[in-house]
Design a protein around this ligand. Structure first.
Ligand SMILES: [Zn+2]
Length: 488
């Protein structure tokens, strides 16, 4: 986690995704990080503007001034997420939301607004429940993990073995056969702890367990279960996987420590249906001089099948979209094309990101920069960047134009799951960083709703995205291509 060149800023989960380490788990956004001032960057307030900054200072200030009083991003987010609700790949709600986004982009006059088809996995949760049976009866709030198989009809009733870590399960493997294994793993940051969500079922099946439960992956327990992707290994049996709340995982652990016999009944009707047609949606401001060169920005339109998928990640889609809309309204047409994309299926397949790479493979050498926003659209602090050293030097200068927003911290290593496939090809990539303190309180839960997001903070995100995307799309010198030392 701590390989970042910027010592006081934890290397984000986004940069791990860009490095291909977390992509399979879906939705690995910026981790919660302590609230502290951004580290000082070379372009301090007192430093004179570089020629690039001098060239773009006035227009950047104009973009920021227009963005800040504008609540359009939050209003659009609330309208879409209230109207369609959550949007798991394969769901009708997702397709209706995509129809709306595309129609709205066309009505707004974005150029070349269109959809590009991709096939997506279609997992359905079905009815599900968990109940503590011994030492006393109590319903346990739970969410099946995305991609899990269901239980046999009638459910599974079994004794529970609680462990804290994979290592503890290895030591106690002889006790696990025929039981439900519960991983009561302590939050150590998203990138580390999410390995339990992803790998619990495989680890438990390997030692003969009949189901796997995890303590929800969150630093802040509110007795809400958090779902998310899990995976199977063809070498071991596919057993059901589900998340309990932090509170209940800790209680079951205490019961076991007292020597009590803990029994749980688990019922899940989850199943995987055949792949389903879906799409990436996009619109543009065409470049005035180099329309074939593209700066692409966006987020993912799909979400888990709980809550409203507001911060994860319709907020990211809308902030990127409104950044382009703002430039359109200000009459700012950059030299290069600026494209906003709503990628699909980030959460449980990354088919949107892969499909975009495949559909645009010939044009990727002309993709000047990709920026993803998938960390909650709270107060922006800057960007993480994956690119060459010479590109980094330019991006840091542009970051200096965001100082009045407090969004001028440009750290090494950044991107996102949806742009990961084109980062791997060599497209310089960036992720918007924000104050992620509250993000994982709500992540993948029924509480991911638009009221958690602040219209003013979203407007700040719009401003930061618009300035960064506009200057890179317009500056005379093209951003050097390649991912340099920051990738892979
Ligand atoms: Zn996400």
């Amino acid at each position: 986690m701590h390989r970042s060149a910027a010592p006081s800023v934890p290397r984000s989960a986004i940069s791990l995704v860009a490095a291909g380490l977390l992509g399979a788990l879906g939705c690995a956004a910026a981790p919660a990080r302590p609230q502290q001032p951004a580290p000082a960057m070379p372009a301090a307030a007192s430093a004179p503007d570089t020629p690039l900054q001098a060239q773009y200072r006035a227009v950047a200030d104009r973009i920021i001034a227009a963005a800040l009083p504008d609540s359009a991003a939050w209003v659009k987010l609330a309208r879409i997420t209230d109207t369609y609700g959550n949007r798991l790949a394969g769901s009708e709600a997702l397709e209706r939301a995509l129809d709306d986004i595309l129609r709205t982009m066309q009505q707004e006059g974005l150029e070349n607004a269109h959809a590009e088809p991709v096939m997506v996995p279609h997992w359905v949760r079905g009815e599900e429940s968990a109940e503590l049976v011994e030492p006393r009866r109590q319903a346990l709030p739970m969410l099946g993990l995305g991609g899990s198989v269901g239980t046999p009809r009638g459910g599974i009733t079994a004794e529970v073995l609680v462990v804290s870590t994979f290592d503890e399960l290895t030591r106690r493997a002889a006790e696990a056969r025929g039981k439900i294994v519960l991983f009561d793993e302590v939050w150590q940051g998203y990138g580390r702890t999410v390995q339990y969500r992803g790998g619990a079922a495989v680890a438990a099946a390997r030692v003969g367990a009949v189901a796997a439960l995890i303590r929800s992956v969150t630093p802040f327990p509110l007795r809400t279960p958090h779902t998310g992707a899990m995976y199977y290994d063809s070498a071991v049996a596919r057993i059901p996987g589900a998340a309990l709340t932090v509170e209940d995982a800790m209680m079951l652990h205490r019961m076991q420590d007292r020597g009590q016999h803990v029994v749980v009944h688990l019922e899940m009707a989850a199943q995987m249906l055949p792949d389903s047609p879906s799409r990436n949606v996009m619109g543009e401001i065409r470049g005035s001089e180099h329309p074939e060169e593209v700066v692409v920005i966006g987020g993912h339109t799909d979400s888990w099948d709980v809550g409203q998928g507001a911060m994860d990640d319709m907020g990211g889609v809308v902030v990127s979209w409104e950044a382009v809309r703002l430039l359109q309204r200000l009459g700012l047409r950059p030299r290069r094309t600026l494209r906003v994309v709503g990628w699909v299926n980030e959460e449980n397949g990354t088919r949107g990101g892969q499909g975009y790479r495949d559909a645009h493979r010939d044009q990727l050498p002309n993709h000047v920069l990709a920026i993803e926003t998938d960390g909650g659209v709270f107060r922006p602090t800057g960007f993480g960047f994956t690119g060459t050293d010479s590109a980094m030097a330019l991006v840091r200068q542009i970051g200096g134009l965001l100082r009045r927003l407090g969004a001028d911290s440009i750290t090494r290593g950044g991107g996102g799951t949806d742009i990961g496939p084109i980062t791997q090809v060599g497209v310089p990539s960036m992720g918007l960083n924000d104050d992620g303190t509250r993000y994982f309180w709500y992540h993948h839960t029924n509480a991911d709703t638009p009221d958690k997001l602040d219209p003013r903070e979203m407007a700040q995100c719009v401003a930061a995205m618009a300035v960064m995307a506009y200057v890179v799309a317009d500056m005379p010198e093209r951003l050097p291509w390649g991912t340099g030392t920051g990738a892979r």
